[in-house]
Design a protein around this ligand. Structure first.
Ligand SMILES: [Zn+2]
Length: 257
């Protein structure tokens, strides 16, 4: 090891931070080199004198307090005023963006409600019954013929009413499939308008009704009564359909079962 190299390593040697090999190399050089040995001793003297009380002193408590106070004030001046701040926006903006995307996407996954799906199903079934000339499996104007016809075909007995005297003659009945189950379709007529009334047992015995909906030009009304679900669909004028339903509801108790 030459002097130049030894000099560059002296401080590290003094701090005892050299690896074992380097440490012994420097030690060896210092033994054989008076100049570097002197440099080493000078450094040791400086180091010792820096540790004496005359050069090393603690900052007064007052200075410490003043520094802390001014640091706090500087931090306050930089801190955001009130709730509106850029640091809040940095957090809130991505969250708002995510919320917006969720609000936009979720309806596509959730899709229409089960009620709306059933409404579409009812309208579709009504249209099919008119299209394929398959209005009734049992064409009859007699409720006492239509009602027994469902025996053995359904696990319930649909209430069949005769409203001919009120201008809504029974045309017949047929089996249909709605809401994932076989249902009774009771067919009534008003002039040239066909009214399909779909009936199946309700899960609850509570009475309920929903406002008239219009889909593809057809009016759809649903209600529940006497443990049955009723869905009526027709292109009949709304007031006429409402009148028909009132008659049906009031005569339901008199129907054979
Ligand atoms: Zn040397």
């Amino acid at each position: 090891m030459d002097c130049t190299h030894a000099q560059t390593l002296l401080d590290t040697y003094l701090d005892q931070e050299l690896d074992a090999v380097r440490n012994s190399e420097v030690e060896e050089h210092l033994h054989g080199c008076a100049r570097c040995s002197q440099s080493y001793q000078d450094r040791q003297v400086i180091r010792q004198s820096l540790k004496t009380e005359s050069l090393y002193f603690k900052a007064p408590a007052d200075l410490q307090k003043r520094i802390q106070r001014s640091v706090r004030q500087a931090a306050k001046a930089e801190a955001p005023v009130g709730w509106f701040s850029w640091s809040w926006i940095k957090i809130a903006a991505p969250m708002a963006a995510v919320a917006l995307v969720v609000l936009m996407i979720v309806p596509y996954f959730v899709g229409p409600s089960s009620d709306e799906l059933l409404t579409q199903e009812v309208v579709g079934s009504h249209i099919r019954s008119l299209m394929v000339n398959h209005l009734a499996d049992v064409p009859s104007t007699d409720q006492h013929t239509v009602n027994p016809w469902f025996n053995g075909k359904l696990d319930f007995s649909p209430p069949v009413s005769d409203l001919a005297s009120a201008g809504f003659p029974l045309v017949g009945g047929r089996l249909d499939y709605l809401n994932n189950r076989p249902v009774a379709a009771l067919v009534y007529q008003r002039d040239n308008h066909v009214i399909n009334v779909f009936v199946w047992p309700s899960d609850s015995s509570t009475q309920s009704s929903a406002p008239i909906k219009t889909r593809q030009g057809y009016h759809v009304v649903r209600w529940a009564s006497s443990g049955m679900n009723f869905w009526a669909v027709s292109d009949l004028e709304q007031n006429q359909l409402a009148k028909f339903i009132d008659l049906l509801k009031s005569s339901a108790g008199n129907s054979p079962s």
